[in-house]
Structures are given as C-alpha cells and as structure tokens.
Design a protein around this ligand. Structure first.
Ligand code: ATP
Ligand code: HMH
Length: 512
C-alpha cells in the first residue's frame, strides 16, 4: 500500500533560500520523564519523532506513575545515572536535535545543563514542563529558578501560557496579545526563539506563534493560526509538539517551516484522538493518524457500507418508498420519478464512460463501458414502456441536476478511485432497495391490483446485482490501494452520492 510514513515532507513555503538542509532521518534525543500510559513524556516524544520520520532516542529524567486522569507519583532516579545515560548516547551517536521535557528537580537540571554545555547539540528545543494537564506538579517549585537559568541554552522554548507567565514573573495572559508580549519578553531575556502556544486560551481559534526579535525569523512574530478542536484528548500535546518541532527543524533548518508542518499534523492528531479510546480522562492524541493499517479484502467496502447505513434508513423512511411498496403512491409522483430517472441515467452513462476511460485495466474498462451501455438501454426502455404513456414531465429537476453535477465533478477530479466511489451508491443502494422492496412484495403474496406490481417484479434484477458486486469489488480494491488522502476523498464522494440517492427518492414529493 502507498500509505507509508510521510518521510518526504512537503516543500514548505517561506523556507529561506539556501537554508541548511539536514539529515533525511534526523537522530533526535528526548530528555524527559516517562508517562507509562503512553500519551505524554518520552513515550509521546518517541511517537512524535517517528511520525515525522526521525530516529528517536530517550534519556529518562524521571519516572511518573500517571494515566489519563492524572499523576499519582513521581520518582527521580539518582542523577549520576542520568549523566551515565546522557554520556552513553552522546559518546557514540551524533545527535541532530534534542528535546528537553520534564526535569523534576534542580539536581536534574544541573546535570542536563552540564551535558548540554559539553555536547552543544545543533538543535535544542526546551519544553519547560512544570504542571501536567491534570494540574499535578512535574517540577519542584524550588527548581524554577534553575530552570529559568537553563533557558538560554535552548534554541526554541515552548511554554504553555501558565508556564510562560511564570517564566517572565507575571500573571497568566488572558488575551493572545498579552501572551505575545510575554513571549517577546522571554525571547529577549533568553536570546532563544519562543513558541507561544494558544492551547490554554478560550475561543474558537487556537493560534501558535514564533517570537524572536533578533532577526532570526522572517518577522519578530510569526503567527500560525489554527482552529480549536473540540476534544478533551489533549494529554501530551505540548510534548508531541516540541519533539515534532525538534525533528522537523533538524531536517529543514527553519523554525517557521517546521511549525507550518507540525501544526496541521497536531490538529489531525487531536481530531483523530477519539479513535484510540485510551483511558477515561484526558486521552492522548493520535500521533499516527496519517497512517492507516492495511485493509483486508472487503475492508474498504465494509467501511463504505457502514457509512451508507443512515442513508438507507432514511430511504426506507421516505413517503415515496413506503407508498411505492404499498401501491398507494400517487401516479404523478411515480411519473416524475421515472422521467427524472431517465434523465439521470443519461448523465450517469456519460460518467461511467469516463470511468471506463480512466480504468487501470482492460477488465475494468470493459465493465464500466458495459455499464454505460446498459444505462442507455435502460433509459430507452423506460421511455418505451413507461414514459410513452405518461404525460410529459418538466425538464431536469433540481436533485437530478445536483446528482449529475456531483458525478461530473468527480469525473473531472482525475482520480479513478474517487470517481468509482462516487458512482457506486447508484449501483449499491439501488440494488439493496430494489431487492428489499421486491422481497416484501413477494412476501405479501404479490397482491392483485397493486399499482406498481410490474415495476416491483422487475426491480430486483440478478444481472444488476452481479454488476453491483463487481462495482463494489473494484471500489474496494481502489480504496485499499489509495493513499489516506485519496481514501478520504473517496469516502466524501461516496457519502455525497448516498445523500443524493436519498434526495432523489424524495424529489417527487417536493418537485412533481
Ligand atoms: N483544542 C485544541 N485544538 C487545536 N490545537 C490545540 C488544542 N489544544 C492545544 N492545541 C495545540 O497543541 C499545542 C500544545 O499547546 P498547549 O498550550 O495545550 O500546550 P501544553 O499545555 O504544554 O500541553 P500539555 O497538554 O502537553 O501540557 C499547541 O500547538 C496548541 O496550539
Ligand atoms: C512525563 C511527563 N512529561 C510531561 C507531561 C506534560 O504533559 C506529562 N504529563 N508527563
């Protein structure tokens, strides 16, 4: 499958010409605390580094006993052993970037400081972890002064708003402008670039900004806006952000470009966090939301079918379908439906011909071409046997037009997979509804005098059911081979067609 790690990061606008380009797979060291529940600390850092194509390493400063509900205990091992871990890594491995997280106490800070002064890594991102999302302290109060003194050894500092306030000796900012002012102050006193984070603000926006007035950035303040995502799964966002920034910076050498890469990724990680179902409190983010596990045969079709269930329920609940089944449907509504169906089939046939033109194999080309021909034959049969005896209907109705327009747009997308997904509901939902209505009619003993008996008898057609199975299997294979992005587009196109199938059956009520 083609959904591999996004190792090739997009060329990012704003990257200065001639900016240093680092290693393809940067070696990134996290010096941080352990979160055994996997959402924050070194566990989050290693996932975040890997998600950005880095090689992750971890030196543990402290062990925490915590989960998504909070921190139960903290254990700081002897600092002599911390120093041994740090030296073990740097004696052997060239480190491209370091991310520093939870430090715990003053002795740890002193040890890390000594190591940084000796090794001088090219990229140092410092997340001044003091208090967890749960409100639990992760840095002894007595160590705050030592942490402040460590800041000038970092290139990027990533405090949240309460941490930023504490580091500049002020009250937490309540507005974005006030936060940026504090960021400027911290950048000035430390000489580092400050990443001011909007996570703790109220409102629908969630901006971040890089602040540095010494000419290192394109402007003194580079803001990257973002929408606030409604989720309580924000455990470890700060850890994930800082380690991702260290990784991308080691590759592209530009803080702004790094933030523009990392922020949308983090938004995706927050948006998809619900999928993980980890814990009962503030859950972790989905670091690998951009990767999808390989789907087994039928797996993508099953996902589409799940998506279609609500639309099927909606179809069965429509007056049109209920009264078609009972025979009570008004003749004018049936005539409108048939006339629109003939118009629709003409457009649909053209779109199927386009699928044939884009098909990757002769077998699929033939299938779509055959289906396109079949459509035209059904259209002319509709005219011959049903429409010739019914009063002329007005032209293309609004739903018919919307549906054909949607399919035409899908055929212009250039993606065979998206087009195949868009045309599928017309096979699948129609075949499903046809089979069910036919079965109900037969179960009712094919009542005499049913106004639509002959229609229902031909509605469930085995040749059409076979074509539907083939269309499903083509879309399933296309979906399994597609990138995550293309799959999402397939799902959107499919879903839209399902909605239009519902609307199409409801159109006679509204427009006949
Ligand atoms: N609800 C949200 N929607 C979108 N982005 C968010 C949301 N919450 C936080 N972020 C982003 O997550 C990153 C971390 O921000 P935040 O201010 O929450 O850091 P933090 O408090 O250090 O995180 P942590 O929860 O790990 O302690 C920032 O890029 C911020 O914009
Ligand atoms: C180990 C560790 N580091 C950082 C944080 C901050 O989110 C946390 N909760 N746990």
């Amino acid at each position: 499958m083609s959904t591999t790690l996004s190792m090739t990061l997009p060329a990012v606008p704003g990257a200065p010409a001639g900016a240093p380009v680092g290693r393809d797979v940067p070696r990134v060291l996290s010096i941080a605390g352990s979160d055994p529940s996997g959402g924050a600390g070194i566990q989050a850092d290693l996932k975040s580094i890997a998600a950005h194509g880095g090689y992750g390493m971890a030196v543990i400063t402290a062990l925490t006993a915590q989960n998504t509900r909070g921190v139960q205990a903290v254990h700081v091992p002897p600092v002599a052993f911390l120093a041994q871990q740090l030296d073990a890594v740097s004696d052997d491995i060239s480190i491209d970037a370091v991310k520093i997280g939870m430090l715990g106490d003053e002795a740890v800070i002193r040890t890390v400081r000594g190591w940084l002064e000796k090794v001088r890594p090219a990229v140092v991102v410092l997340d001044p972890v003091m208090v967890a999302t749960s409100g639990d302290r992760l840095l002894k109060e007595s160590a705050e002064a030592a942490l402040r003194e460590l800041l000038p050894l970092a290139h990027l500092i990533t405090p949240n708003l309460p941490e930023l306030a504490m580091l500049v000796g002020a009250e937490p900012a309540e507005s974005w402008d006030a936060a940026l002012d504090q960021g400027k102050q911290l950048a000035k006193t430390t000489g580092a670039t400050v990443l001011v984070k909007g996570g703790h603000l109220a409102g629908t926006d969630c901006p971040d900004a890089l602040v540095n007035a010494s000419g290192l950035l394109a402007q003194d303040v580079v803001e990257v806006r973002g929408n606030r995502i409604a989720t309580r799964n924000s455990h470890g966002t700060g850890c994930s952000l800082s380690s991702a920034m260290a990784t991308v910076q080691a590759r592209v050498g530009d803080w702004e470009a790094s933030l523009r890469t990392v922020k949308p990724w983090l938004a995706g990680a927050l948006e998809n966090s619900g999928e993980l179902e980890v814990g009962h409190g503030n859950g972790p983010v989905h670091h690998f939301h951009h990767l999808r596990p390989a789907l087994h045969e039928g797996g993508f079709a099953a996902r589409l079918w799940d998506e279609a269930q609500q639309d099927l329920d909606d179809i069965y609940a429509l007056d049109f379908i209920r009264s078609l089944a009972s025979g009570e449907l008004e003749e004018k509504d049936f005539a409108y439906y048939l006339a629109q169906d003939a118009l629709y089939l003409n457009g649909y046939s053209r779109v199927l011909a386009r699928a044939s033109a884009l098909a990757p194999s002769e077998a699929e080309q033939l299938f779509w071409a055959g289906s396109a021909q079949q459509c035209l034959e059904v259209e002319s049969e509709l005219h011959r046997s049903w429409l010739s005896t019914r009063p002329a209907q007005s032209g293309l109705g609004p739903v018919t037009k919307a549906y054909v327009d949607h399919l035409t747009a899908a055929s212009a997308s250039g993606s065979y997979a998206v087009l195949a997904a868009a045309v599928l509901p017309c096979f699948w939902l129609y075949a499903e509804v046809g089979e069910k209505l036919h079965a109900r009619f037969v179960a009712a003993g094919e009542p005499d005098g049913h106004a639509y008996a002959s229609w229902l008898r031909t509605y469930a057609d085995e040749a059409f059911a076979a074509a539907t199975r083939r269309a499903i299997s083509i879309v399933d294979a296309a979906g399994r081979n597609a990138s995550a992005q293309e799959r999402a587009a397939m799902l959107t196109a499919f879903k839209q067609s399902c909605r239009l199938e519902v609307a199409f059956f409801d159109a006679p009520r509204l427009h006949s």
